[in-house]
Every structure is written in C-alpha cells, then in structure tokens.
Design a binder for this molecule. Structure first.
Ligand SMILES: C[S@@+](CC[C@H](N)C(=O)[O-])C[C@H]1O[C@@H](n2cnc3c(N)ncnc32)[C@H](O)[C@@H]1O
Length: 300
C-alpha cells in the first residue's frame, strides 16, 4: 500500500469508530473523569496521590509549557476531547485563539469558547489552516491515527504524514507537544486482550512503538523533551476505575449494565497492561526543524 493510500483509505479510526467509544454520553464520562473532563493520563509532580484534578492540571501545564504555548496568538489541539486544554490555554496561559479538532460530535458540541476559539468536527487529515500556528498539542489521540493491523511500514507512513503536516502548519521554531500510549513489552501471540480492545473498546485504532514515533518525526522535528510515565497511567486508571465503581448505580441508569461492565473491564485490563509493562505512556516535545515546507491550505 502506498503512503497516500494508507492515509486516505485505512489509516486510522473513522468518525463512526470514534463515536462508538466517545459518544456513549457525556454524563457517563462525568461520573468517573475529573471535573475538567480530561480523558488521558494525568501527571504527578510528586507522590502518586489521589488528587486526580491536580494531576490533570499538572499534565495540561506540562504540555502547554513544552509547546511554548503561553501568551501566543494561535494554538491547535488535535484530539481536543471535551475541551479542557483549550479552556486552560485561553484562561490560564493567555493564548489569543485556540482551535480544537475532534471526531466526536458530542465533544464538538460541548465546548464553549466565546470568541477565543473554535472546535471543529474534523479529522486532522482534512484540516487546512490558512494561517500558521504558534504551537500544537495532541494528547491521547495519536493512538487512533493508525489501525492495529497495519504493517510497520504503513503505520510509519501514516505517522510521518501526521508529523509532516504538523510541522508545515507551525511557525518557524514552533513546537508540538504529544502524548501517547505505546507498546512496550508486547507480544501479539501472547495477548488475547488485543481483540477485546480492537473490537469492543477502540475499533480501528492501534498503538505505536517508540521507534515508530521517533523515526516518523525525525525528518520534520527535533525531539526536545521526553517523559516515560507508565506508573502515572496505571494510577490514573486505578482512580478512574474506583470512581466508576462507586458511580455504578448512576452509570447503569445512564448507559445500562452491559456498557458499565464493558468500561470497567477496559479500565481493569488497561491497568494490568501498564502494570505488566505491556504498555507505557510517552510525553514528547518536538521542535520544528528549519526549512520545513509549509502545508498551509493543504489537505490530505
Ligand atoms: C482519549 S481522547 C483525548 C482527549 C483530550 N486530548 C484529553 O486529553 O482529554 C482522544 C481524542 O482524539 C480525537 N481524535 C481521534 N482521531 C482523530 C483524528 N483523526 N482527527 C481529529 N481528532 C481525532 C477524538 O475525537 C478524541 O477527542
């Protein structure tokens, strides 16, 4: 398959696949996420305590600082969820205008940013900004960009396309701060849970390996910051699991017992995968290399 074919036909999760996971209802997610509705691994600057809200704020802060998204004019958040980062950038970091991309209709309709931003129900592949961004942030979305069944070469072609596009949308020296789960000591033959994730939880998605990320970014970005935080995701999942379990009655009323059980299983199995070192969590800061070709106004 050529790189173009991978990107346009079978690269990553479709809107339908994304809505399967994210559009089960905002009120359901509100039961077990923090008040800002951040749906990705938190970051603890000290001990791993129970302050999920504080750790989510620390994570938003780490990425904003890593991307140098402070007091600048324009920032893009690829995979903006329910808009926590967009609001943080406008309210806490004095960013003039924010743009969020999501494939979930529920998320796109949930985020009120006044005149200081917009959320687009749009795939990053279709994004065609007409002005450059000062910074780009993408947290917990990269896992949806390439399907699990792609070959290593095809997966890397998709990721390279993503990094090239981001670099081409940034100002000279602009930064991209990225967070993604990745495979660590993963053996496909030994992993019966892959099917559960691919079919029931995150269809049409798949995890990268560190080499995939670094190799694909290499031609357009310098790597300037890196953290590997598997224990932070294990802890985040434990806190989400506890909250979901204690909200069982409300969850069952909102989405039914089967969906409640399916999400609980997903949180438990994911936690075990981080505990066993099957998966890890990377946070990476990249700086655009000089002389990258602009991709303003360019689509897929
Ligand atoms: C796990 S959520 C993370 C949300 C948010 N960044 C956070 O940390 O709370 C993944 C997000 O990626 C978005 N997403 C997945 N694939 C996408 C794509 N191809 N283009 C744009 N957004 C995408 C989903 O719609 C969702 O908003």
């Amino acid at each position: 398959m050529t790189a173009d074919a991978v990107v346009s036909l079978a690269g990553g999760a479709s809107r339908k696949a994304i809505e399967h996971h994210y559009d089960v209802g905002r009120e359901f997610y509100r039961l077990w996420l923090d008040p800002r509705m951040v749906y990705s691994c938190a970051l603890w600057t000290g001990d791993l305590d129970d302050d999920l809200e504080g750790a989510q704020l620390a994570k938003l802060s780490w990425h904003a600082t890593s991307a140098r998204a402070e007091g600048v004019s324009r920032v893009l958040d690829i995979g903006c969820g329910w808009g926590a980062m967009l609001r943080f950038l406008v309210e806490e970091r004095g960013v003039g205008h924010v743009t969020g991309l999501t494939l979930s209709a529920d998320q796109a309709s949930s985020c009120e940013l006044g005149g200081q931003g917009e959320v687009r129900l749009e795939d990053w592949r279709d994004h065609r900004p007409d002005q450059p961004y000062d910074a780009i942030i993408s947290i917990g979305a990269f896992e949806h960009f390439a399907r699990d069944e792609l070959s290593k070469a095809d997966r890397r072609a998709v990721y390279r396309h993503f990094f090239d596009r981001c670099a081409g949308w940034l100002v000279d020296g602009g930064r991209l701060s990225l967070q993604s789960i990745a495979y660590e000591d993963f053996d496909r033959e030994q992993s019966p849970t892959s099917r559960f994730f691919n079919e029931e939880i995150f269809p049409e998605s798949g995890l990268p390996r560190l080499g995939d990320i670094v190799d694909s970014a290499e031609s357009s970005f310098r790597l300037v910051g890196f953290r590997s935080d598997a224990t932070h995701y294990e802890h985040t999942l434990m806190l989400w699991q506890r909250r979901l379990e204690s909200g069982k009655a409300d969850a069952t009323r909102l989405v039914g017992y089967d969906v409640y059980r399916r999400y609980l299983r997903y949180l438990r199995v994911s936690r075990a995968m981080f505990q066993r070192g099957v998966c890890t969590l990377y946070r990476l800061a990249f700086e655009r290399r000089p002389n990258v070709t602009s991709s303003l106004g360019v689509g897929t």
